[in-house]
Design a protein around this ligand. Structure first.
Ligand code: SF4
Ligand code: SF4
Length: 112
């Protein structure tokens, strides 16, 4: 089992999650973060910290696509362990539907 970052992180990217992860397993893309499923120790402390409620346990149904996306991009994007400023329009983007189709970027973020 692991936790995964899902749709609502895209263009919200508040980054509260990285501050609490004991094993620093968040990786930064241009407009979202992902969790490395093989590094996550399933502690669950990041889940309630996410203002966008974007972090879910992979035991919930229908998350196969997100598990795959987290695994793929955590291998390509840089590690992030320190919170930075969220995008200026993060609150406005919160809760919008189908962000993956509309806004996902495969480009890496800057990391730490
Ligand atoms: S706190 Fe939530 S919205 Fe913010 S970067 Fe982490 S997963 Fe994404
Ligand atoms: S569940 Fe724990 S180990 Fe996994 S990403 Fe969240 S804080 Fe890190």
């Amino acid at each position: 089992m692991t936790y995964v970052v899902t749709d609502n992180c895209i263009r919200c990217k508040y980054m509260d999650c990285v501050e609490v992860c004991p094993v620093d397993c968040f990786y930064e893309g241009e407009n979202m973060l992902v969790i490395n499923p093989s590094e996550c120790i399933d502690c669950g402390v990041c889940e309630p910290e996410c203002p966008a409620e974007a972090i879910l346990p992979d035991t919930e149904s229908g998350l196969e696509q997100w598990l795959e996306l987290n695994a793929k991009y955590s291998a390509e994007w840089p590690n992030l362990t320190t919170k930075k400023d969220a995008p200026a329009d993060a609150d406005a983007m919160r809760g919008e539907e189908n962000k993956l189709e509309k806004y996902f970027s495969p480009e890496p973020g800057e990391g730490d």
